[in-house]
Design a protein around this ligand. Structure first.
Ligand SMILES: Nc1ncnc2c1ncn2[C@@H]1O[C@H](COP(=O)(O)OP(=O)(O)O)[C@@H](O)[C@H]1O
Ligand SMILES: [Mg+2]
Length: 247
């Protein structure tokens, strides 16, 4: 179980304060996929960065099965994260080498990770690129390598900030299947995305951010039944919910 309590972040730039994330609580159980949604600048990435230890929270605590983030190395050893649009991988290494480096940094032995690397290279359709330096790959394939790297770690918690960014339709669908597969291994998965179809098909719970506030935590079905206009579409319901900004 991942327990987030009173988590917030205020950035200070000179005399200006930016309340990027206002205090919120959230508990996520094993085997649950949660989507962070909301407009640009709402606080999703800052939340993800706090969860992976890259940004120090202003208030609050994060606790994974009794391991608090203050005991960094133990907590972080259970975590895999792909950040939004960032350089998540080494440019001059090929996909295989990237995955191997990530596994070795985690202290995994080749007999543990080699089969896993092989499995995820196949699953993400990276076989024909596996010996090409990542800087020469397309944006979408670089994204797939970043995702493959953290999947190979077999981490308990996966944080995926806009994982479908740059992926073609077929690969976005594959991502849904992959995330569902990881969910069935009892992982805790947090995804930020603007892809409503992805959310409808893959996600158990939606946590919506706006201007740093978490203004609802509901299942996609609850959002549709409360805000939908009868067309049964999450995108319509979400747009209405975000306008009204309460639940
Ligand atoms: N390092 C930083 N310094 C100052 N402000 C930041 C920093 N990172 C994010 N912000 C601000 O925090 C707010 C939330 O940003 P972010 O979490 O990236 O939003 P989202 O991922 O929902 O688009 C924005 O106003 C953004 O400009
Ligand atoms: Mg973001």
């Amino acid at each position: 179980m991942l327990e987030i309590t009173n988590l917030s972040k205020t950035f200070k730039i000179k005399s200006r304060e930016i309340k990027a994330v206002k205090p919120y609580d959230l508990t996520i159980n094993k085997g649950e996929v949660v989507a962070f949604i909301g407009p640009n600048g709402a606080g999703k990435t800052t939340s993800i960065k706090m969860l992976c230890g890259l940004v120090t929270p202003t208030t609050g605590n994060i606790c994974l099965c009794d391991m608090t983030i203050s005991k960094r190395s133990k907590y972080l050893s259970q975590l895999g994260a792909v950040l939004e649009g960032a350089r998540n991988i080494y440019w001059r290494l090929n996909p295989f080498e990237n995955m191997e480096v990530f596994c070795r940094m985690r202290g995994l032995a080749p007999k543990v990770y080699l089969d896993r690397i092989d499995h995820y290279i196949k699953l993400l359709d990276l076989e024909k690129y596996k010996t090409i330096e990542c800087r020469y790959l397309s944006r979408g394939n670089q994204q797939k390598v970043a995702i493959a790297c953290i999947l190979a770690l077999n981490a308990e918690v996966l944080l995926l900030d806009e994982p479908t960014l740059g992926l073609d339709i077929e690969m976005s669908h594959r991502m849904m299947e992959i995330i569902s597969g990881e969910k069935s291994k009892d992982r805790i998965i947090i995804v930020t995305t603007h892809d409503m179809e992805f959310i409808e098909q893959t996600v158990d719970r939606v946590v919506a951010f706006k201007d740093g506030n978490v203004f609802f935590k509901s299942t996609p079905t609850e959002i549709i039944s409360k805000f939908g206009n009868g067309d049964n579409r999450l995108s319509t319901a979400y747009l209405k919910a975000i306008k009204e900004e309460t639940l």
